[in-house]
Design a protein around this ligand. Structure first.
Ligand code: ATP
Length: 371
């Protein structure tokens, strides 16, 4: 079987270039992780992760590849091929000092089988040797792909790195897979016994930002709430599963593109109060510096219709501008700013105040004297 046939022409060329860039390493170059999984599933791949059974830095330095950056501690390099940034990693062994802490890399250049041990699910722990076309699958990930099962590699895996639970939820809904029985009970055990004293919170947020940006992310959010998975990184949340429909409605109303940011903020227990607005101009002034995520969140939390009102008035603008006012004899920038704001206020408070630009000019001449 040569599953590389499923790659597009550019991806095939990139692989060819890496494979022929350093003869000494020819039999040491692997694809690993998502790319192998997605190819086995017949899906389009996201990015190509290369793994060198040896030192990726030595490999790249003694090749004709254009090196963009080197990360010594992990022995990884970024190279540029056909205009694309490509990551090349070294096989490595990692250990964790504390639950949820960042891993220590204790050795690089190890055998591929030892590298595969540090990975999360069996479906992501498959290597593919680009020279021999051999699949390295010590955890039977191919079988689990066929069965649609998410299986963790070892008993301590979630305690070492609980972001794997979040990653698992992503794969569950992305592929319509299920956690196997043992993995489910290890998740439950992790939720019961996890101590977050040394948790890398950055890693949690990096993962949340990723898994909350898909069309199916509301299902992931529901699981995080139903199974109280958020307790890994925060004590409580006032968000409820039954709120998700309204949260998504607010997302649509306010045209939020950054769904991930909205979901993360909604999960955090931020107390919102309904602002007491006396009129529409106060509404405008209050919301004018809000972005769409903040607007949606305010509306979701307070149900204050002022936020909807803001959508109706936010594009109101004076017809005249600073140049027009200068032509009328006003020269001070600050004064021009005040006049434009007054006109905006009139327009917002009384939509029929001005019909034409001339009406605005008449208003200015009646109420202000040029300096
Ligand atoms: P995606 O399609 O979302 O990119 P992916 O599995 O390729 O999926 P990456 O975050 O790019 O996701 O990770 C690449 C590989 O690195 C994974 O397939 C897995 O083998 C390994 N990996 C990533 N994150 C972890 C983790 N937290 N713990 C263990 N292994 C991980």
């Amino acid at each position: 079987m040569n599953f590389l046939n499923k790659l597009n022409e550019k991806e095939k060329r990139i692989i060819d270039i890496v494979l022929n860039s350093n003869n000494e390493f020819k039999n040491k170059i692997y694809l690993v992780g998502g790319v192998v999984r997605d190819l086995l599933m017949g899906k389009k791949i996201k990015d190509i992760d290369f793994l060198i059974e040896g030192s990726a830095i030595d490999f790249a330095k003694n090749s004709n590849l254009k090196i963009k950056s080197i990360h010594e501690p992990f022995n990884t390099v970024k190279v540029e091929i056909l205009g694309e940034e490509i990551d090349i990693a070294s096989t490595r062994i990692e250990t964790y000092d504390y639950m949820g802490s960042l891993p220590n890399v204790i050795e690089t250049g190890v055998k591929i089988e030892d590298d595969l041990k540090r990975r999360d699910f069996t479906i992501n722990s498959i290597g593919y040797n680009l020279h021999s076309n051999k699949i390295i699958d010590p955890y039977f990930g191919q079988e689990d792909i066929k069965k649609g099962v998410l299986k963790i590699l070892h008993e301590k895996s979630f305690l070492d790195d609980p972001t794997r639970i979040l990653r698992g939820l992503d794969f569950k809904y992305r592929f319509n897979f299920e956690f196997d029985e043992n993995t489910t009970s290890l998740i439950k055990n992790c939720l019961k016994t996890f101590n977050n004293e040394h948790l890398s919170i950055d890693r949690i947020y990096l993962t949340l930002n990723k898994i909350f940006s898909y069309s199916y992310s509301n299902k992931i959010l529901a699981d995080i709430l139903n199974y109280e998975i958020y307790k890994i990184w925060q004590n409580k949340t006032d968000l409820k599963t039954s709120d998700i429909v309204e949260l998504d409605q607010a997302k649509e109303i306010f045209n939020v593109f950054e769904q991930n940011k909205l979901y993360i903020l909604a999960l955090e227990s931020i107390f919102y109060i309904k602002a007491p607005f006396k009129n529409d101009f106060e509404i405008y002034e209050f919301f004018k510096n809000f972005n769409n995520v903040q607007l949606a969140l305010y509306y979701f939390k307070t149900k204050d219709e002022s936020a909807l009102k803001y959508l109706k008035i936010k594009n109101i603008k004076p017809e005249i501008n600073g140049h027009d006012l200068k032509k009328l004899g006003f020269s001070q920038g600050r004064f021009i700013g005040i006049i434009l704001k007054d006109i905006l206020k009139e327009k917002i408070l009384n939509p029929n105040a001005f019909i034409s630009k001339q009406d605005e000019i008449d208003f200015v001449l009646k109420n202000y004297s040029p300096d």
